[in-house]
Write a protein that binds this ligand. Structure first.
Ligand code: HPA
Length: 267
């Protein structure tokens, strides 16, 4: 299937070969609208699933940003949508096959760290996989990576340093912390958030880890950026809603855009 998908995409992008991939999370998808380029809806791509979540569009956007060839996923697939975990990471494998070397993965996340505020950004320095599964389970495709991949530096230190520098130049508050991935779709209970804090997590979400894990397995450099859209359950006595998450992600889109463009420029 991978070859068929790659063929379909390469026919449409002609000479264009992306070196940077960006996965745009909840409420952050609008970033891709800033650039004109080739757009391919997931529904047309052989082997791709359809993206179903509110606030996610569902297309690949190929565009040049600051002189770099970029492919953006406007909308991603989530485990909680009911797809097999291997389907979530399929686009990452395709990105690898069409030439992507660096993958920037973004998401909306709740803050577990009490010092974080909504509307701030966090660079992911490491993750805790609590989804209860792993996208590499099953037969290994040795054309992509090893059976037992090393995970000691999934989120590349050089990219984190670069992002910190760029954020500093833009005068932005940016944290660097650990992201915990839960399967969702329910948000966490206050007791679960206490557990995550004790484990060393700073933010929590329902995505990113499968894609980061597979990108690392394929030998890509990964940068993870969480947009803190809410305090996680129990941190403040308020209820959580997806509407709030998308609204808050939208609120930071200006800052987020400036940061992302400058990171791409400097990679
Ligand atoms: N928990 C899990 N996923 C999330 C959250 C949260 O609080 N906010 C945005 N995505």
């Amino acid at each position: 299937m991978i070859n068929e998908t790659v063929e379909y995409i390469e026919e449409r992008i002609k000479e264009f070969r992306p070196e940077i991939g960006i996965i745009l999370g909840s409420g952050l998808g609008e970033f891709a609208n800033e650039f004109s380029g080739i757009k391919i809806p997931y529904s047309k791509i052989p082997g791709f699933e359809n993206s179903t979540v509110v606030g996610h569009k569902g297309q690949l956007v190929f565009a040049e940003i600051e002189g770099k060839n970029v492919v953006m996923m406007q909308g991603r697939f989530h485990y909680y949508e009911g797809y097999h975990i291997s389907r979530i990471v399929y686009p990452v494998k395709i990105m690898k096959k069409i030439g992507v070397k660096t993958l920037i993965i973004t998401n909306a996340a709740g803050s577990v760290n009490k010092k974080y505020n909504s509307g701030e950004l966090m660079l992911i320095k490491d993750h805790i996989n609590l989804m209860g599964t792993n996208p590499l389970i099953g037969e290994n495709d040795s054309s992509l990576g090893d059976r037992f991949p090393d995970m000691s530096e999934v989120y590349k230190k050089d990219l984190i340093k670069l992002a910190q520098k760029v954020a500093g130049e833009l005068g932005m508050v940016i944290h660097t912390g650990v992201y915990a991935a839960m399967s969702g779709p329910s948000y966490e209970t206050p007791a679960e958030i206490n557990m995550l804090r004790k484990m060393g997590a700073d933010a929590v979400g329902m995505s990113t880890v499968p894609e980061a894990l597979v990108a690392n397995y394929c030998g890509m450099d990964v940068l993870g950026i969480s947009c803190i859209t809410n305090s996680a359950a129990g941190v403040h006595p308020s209820r959580l809603s997806h509407v709030e998450v998308v609204e808050n992600a939208n609120r930071v889109k200006g800052e987020f855009k400036n940061l992302l463009i400058k990171i791409v420029e400097n990679i």
